[in-house]
Design a protein around this ligand. Structure first.
Ligand code: HEC
Length: 168
């Protein structure tokens, strides 16, 4: 009985034998066609239909339902591989390489001010983050290093990243 309880506890907390498993995403980011093929497999669609479905998502407000498991896993994998180098693993600029003094840094995510922004800004705030991720930073002098991701990431992936940022 005791071992069953321990096994259950280990499964629930994601640890085994006392060693804590790192929360690292287990999936690689799926970009472009690879994403639409994988998403289609999950949804029972071919890649073209998955792409058309994605194009139907609004860019002005988040999808009606929160990201499912596949999207959440993807957002974590994308964040870790494509975003964390500039934003930090938890969005708080931890271990972000120093940039020249005139290059803009991202603001830290996850603080009380962000939480207030989501609380009062709601979907308007989410849409602002979506736009920044999709289109990158507007041209400034000196240029901001925030790249545009539309084309590389699907709309659904970008909305999942907005939800990921909100969860940081
Ligand atoms: C090469 C560095 C770099 C990478 C890679 C990068 N960012 Fe950024 N990001 C920035 C900088 C710098 C800013 C702030 C500049 C600005 O907003 O003009 C920023 C701003 C943002 C903002 C707007 C935040 C706000 O304050 O409103 C969001 C959202 C964001 N990034 C998400 C992402 C996501 C998601 C990824 C990965 C898919 C990513 N970034 C990858 C450098 C980067």
């Amino acid at each position: 009985m005791r071992s069953v309880v321990l096994a259950l506890a280990a499964a629930l907390c994601g640890c085994s034998g006392g060693a804590v498993r790192a929360a690292a995403p287990t999936e690689a980011p799926l970009l472009g066609d690879a994403w639409f093929t994988a998403r289609g497999t999950t949804l029972g669609l071919d890649a073209a239909a998955a792409r058309a479905r994605d194009a139907a998502f609004s860019e002005a407000e988040p999808p009606g339902s929160p990201p499912d498991d596949q999207l959440r896993t993807q957002a974590a994998a994308i964040w870790a591989t494509l975003c964390a180098s500039c934003h930090g693993a938890t969005g708080r600029l931890e271990n972000v390489a120093a940039t020249p003094p005139d290059v803009p840094l991202p603001r830290a995510f996850g603080g009380a001010r962000m939480a207030m922004g989501f609380f009062f800004g709601g979907d308007k705030m989410r849409a602002g983050l979506y736009r920044k991720i999709a289109r990158g930073a507007p041209p400034t002098v000196p240029p901001s290093p925030m790249p545009p991701w539309e084309g590389t990431l699907s709309r659904e992936q970008i909305w999942a990243l907005v939800a990921h940022i909100e969860s940081l």
